[in-house]
Design a protein around this ligand. Sequence first.
Ligand code: FAD
Length: 303
Amino acid sequence: MGVVRDVFIGLSENKTLNDASKQMGLRFGAKKVVGGTGIEDTLECISSINDQGMSVTFDNLGEFISDKNEATKEKNNILKMIERVQEEGLTAYPSVKLSQIGLHIDEEFCYNNIKEILTVAKKTNMFVNLDMENFVSKAPTLVILDRLLQEFDNVGTVIQAYYYDAKKDVRKYKDLQVRLVKGAYKEPSTLAYQNKADIDQSFFEIIKSHLLEGNGFTSIATHDHNIIEKTIRFAESENISTDQYEFQMLYGFRKDYQEELVERGYNMCVYVPFGTDWYAYFMRRLAERPQNLNLVVKSVTTN
Ligand code: FAD
């Protein structure tokens, strides 16, 4: 399993393949997990998800951003998407990776970019989530978040359960809208739990803590039915209303379960990545769960 994972991670980091795939359109089953390559086709995808009673958070795919021109281009694309979502009156908000808009190029430049995004979103009270990347990005992302919170109330972030200090972060941001996740990056044992049982336990602890201790809306982002059903039972036992939390899943994953949760009366938000830079995102999903290879097989056999 580790070898397969490493192969797909290796493929996701290959710049030549990333560049080539931008010219191709969505291939190898990527259509099932990427909302669209452009703004207008992605809006159609968002609209059909909204029609099924689910909200959306959209993620502008962009890899290998290494200079200010590229970062500005990505920021402008995010702004354009926000404006079109506002014009169409869709229920959707952006999830932004700060590395894409200059976090590792110039922090002040990045701060100004995200400020501009928040200002445009705020016109319709649209929320903006700061996605959390690897450990190197965590501290500077939180510094920027804390600065933004002095001026904006439409911003939140992600807390990754695999860190030993996740509970401390949850307490600090207890009144904020946050997305709780297990954590997607490879971090050392000096910083983060390594095995699934420990990560799952930490995840459920922070879910309980955020639901109970603060006033912030809780987004629980996972495909793990055990965690989801445990959360539902916990919320019921504590009389926590369903409008205080939602579940989030990636576009194209466990669609039947997404629909079932909506039918049962729970809020569901679908994370929709979009853009021509789909290749690395798609390879990472294959690395995470090699069973997703059936998306590739199906697309090859039906095309
Ligand atoms: P896993 O531990 O991968 O799976 C647990 C169990 O759930 C599996 O054993 C299986 O039984 C079941 N299962 C899982 N997937 C499927 C499937 N496709 N079909 C059927 N059964 C399945 N990470 C970050 O570090 N930063 C972020 O900003 C971030 N944002 C995210 C946003 C969203 C909306 C989501 C869903 C995830 C995000 N993640 C983020 C990724 C997250 O940290 C995990 O790496 C990822 O969700 C995989 O863990 P899991 O909780 O889904 O469960």
